[in-house]
Design a protein around this ligand. Sequence first.
Ligand code: MG
Ligand code: MG
Ligand code: MG
Length: 308
Amino acid sequence: MSIFVVGHKNPDTDSICSALGYAALKQAMGEDAVAIRCGEVNKETCYALDYFKVEEPKLVEKLSEKQQVIQVDHNEAGQAIDGLDKAELLEIIDHHRFGGLTTAAPLYVHTEPVGCTATIVANMFWDNDIKMPKEIAGLLLSAILSDTVLYKSPTCTDMDKDAAEHLADIAGVELKEYGLAMLKAGAGVGDLTPLQIAKTDSKPFSFGSYKALVSQISVTDTSEVLDMKDDILAAMKEICDKEGFNIIMLMVTDIIDEATDLVYYGEPKQLIADAFGKDVSGDYIHLPGVMSRKKQIVPQLTEAAAKF
Ligand code: MG
Ligand code: MG
Ligand code: MG
């Protein structure tokens, strides 16, 4: 049976495209690997897949026992495909913090503190002298431009930029023009319901003893989300009640203004006050310059929880 390459639940462009890219690399190296996904493909990723004419990976909701699997773009158990605990985890290729990783057996782990998993995957092609298909270059480029928000995120490194420029050459696209079109295709609320908005690109975390969900939606105008704030807060309450979270945060990130309005529901709100030094008596706080959950939200909450 093929080795599965899979990104996190609620997959973003990096989780889909790095899985496709890494599976292609493995195949080129003579291994039987195939990309899968464990959630719906978002609007932005659809744009990239359509543009480069690549089929979306097959949906697998739960791994069967002993299935061999490679994780890309995540390592935290709460973000992983169901059934991973009984599967055989062979490798992790990632660019996130380690969130309590324990494994049954030794494995190959390749993580780097770069802006995108696709940067690591692209360099693995080049380090191994493997010719990269044009459409794979396009997908890896899409992932980098997505995760770094066109280089604007503080997570973006020179390695990401170097890889992206090289990938744009191989893919034959104008980097900025393509990237903006892709980001715009994924931005905004469109016809999403308040519940879907509250769960956009969501990831569960533990901050101290608190169970938290941190979601993120990209927009070009925050008012389109803030105008629906009351309905979104009601949806957040529903998620807390049903799924046992203490607190939910929705990052409404303006990709043009480079700022985030953080909408929150649940307790303890003081955690948010401590993390960001803001008055939390309202329903949201404005965080200028904040675009990255990984660098500008999660570490601050982790640190505040440690002192709680
Ligand atoms: Mg991701
Ligand atoms: Mg990523
Ligand atoms: Mg992301």
